[in-house]
Design a protein around this ligand. Structure first.
Ligand SMILES: [Zn+2]
Length: 370
């Protein structure tokens, strides 16, 4: 089997897990964070810079890459690994989240979701099978099933209908898939209703997926609601498979979710916030455009050994942002990704040492959260 999840340790206090997910392109240490490369690039960074942050697996986007350049062009260019020039594992999402966020221009039926391309207005008929075909052409190591995501809050009936359709679509994805070198991950839906979430998780767990994701969260609900749903869902998932919380979140959300049994994360926050001049540091948030940094010769984060922090001052970084220079967003994205990886590496070490609770308490103190 090309894929194997080795569970090394479970924290007796919290239930947090330390594992290794083996893929054809190498291991992913968990808990782990995946930088998002929506369009075949982690925005603003070269692949060597991404690698320097300590990332093990990166994420590509089926919706965007399926529309442009299109699956056949990606295949002709040697697949996503060749395009990215990344020899490590890649996960692709199914496009479900993006399509359903275009709710004015998408239409769902049992067979598929039909939407207009945001690029040229062309009608696209995205079936679960076609989503898998696109991901097989992209050649990712992990393909996500196409799911039906509803905007929250929504009536229970609507959430249940979407959840049940997501299960039927997951089965269709599994049956259609033809690449043995590509793992399939199911996605648990069910909104903010714990019973629907648990029912969905139990039904998906009966199918032969290499991993399971919790989807449809981080869409405007409070962090406590997200933690509650995650905590209710993970006990229903197979212990011996990796669990991925999609699209989450802030460093504190990652740590809180690790204690609720999550192994993998992805989020645009480190790069998107970095582009906007917002840095995550060991001592909390830094808004680099603020005048207070004007003549500051100290590094963005004195405890960080990334390129940005070892070479440049806050004053210089602020200048780049004020002058609208493209290097500023790149340098902050690089630092933020580095910081996320550092928080995750610290969590892995803490789980191994049995000190995760203390590690999280210390981070909260440093981040000014308690
Ligand atoms: Zn740094």
């Amino acid at each position: 089997m090309s894929f194997r999840f080795e569970l090394h340790q479970t924290d007796p206090q919290t239930g947090a897990r330390r594992g290794t997910f083996q893929t054809p392109h190498g291991p992913v240490q968990t808990p782990g964070f995946m930088p998002v490369g929506t369009q075949g690039t982690v925005k603003g960074l070269t692949i060597d810079q991404v690698k320097s942050t300590g990332a093990h697996m990166i994420l590509g986007n089926t919706y965007h890459l399926g529309l442009r350049p299109g699956p056949e062009i990606v295949r002709a260019l040697g697949g996503l690994h060749a395009m990215f020039a990344w020899d490590g594992p890649i996960l692709t999402d199914s496009g479900g989240f993006q399509v359903f966020s275009l709710k004015d221009i998408s239409k769902i039926n049992e067979q598929s979701v039909v939407f207009r391309s945001h690029i040229d207005g062309a009608i696209v008929d995205l079936t679960p099978e076609y989503s898998i075909e696109i991901q097989e052409a992209l050649g990712s190591d992990v393909a996500m099933v196409l799911d039906h995501v509803v905007a929250l809050p929504a009536p229970d009936g609507e959430v249940q209908d979407a959840m049940e359709r997501s299960i039927r679509w997951a089965k269709r994805c599994l049956e259609h898939a033809s690449r043995a070198d590509q793992a399939k991950f199911a996605i648990v839906q069910g909104g903010l209703n714990t019973e629907l979430r648990q029912q969905c998780a139990r039904e998906l767990a009966t199918m032969d997926f290499e991993g399971f994701a919790v989807g449809g969260l981080s869409v405007g609900e409070t962090p406590d609601e997200m933690y509650r749903i995650t905590a209710a869902t993970t006990p229903e998932l197979p212990v011996e498979r990796p669990r991925y919380l999609m699209g989450v979140g802030r460093p504190i959300d990652l740590l809180e979710s690790i204690t609720r049994g999550i192994d993998l994360f992805d989020c645009v926050m480190p790069t998107r916030n970095g582009r906007n001049g917002f840095a995550f540091t060991e001592n909390g948030h830094v808004k680099i455009r603020n005048a207070v940094h004007k003549t500051d010769t100290s590094p963005l984060d004195p405890t960080c050994d990334c390129f940005t922090c070892t070479r440049h001052s806050r004053g210089y970084l602020r200048h780049l942002f004020i002058a609208g220079e493209m290097l500023g967003p790149s340098l902050l994205s690089l630092h933020n990704l580095h910081y996320y990886q550092r928080v995750m590496a610290g969590a892995r070490t803490a789980i191994e040492a049995g000190t995760l609770t203390e590690y999280i308490a210390e981070k909260k103190r440093l981040w000014g959260m308690q």
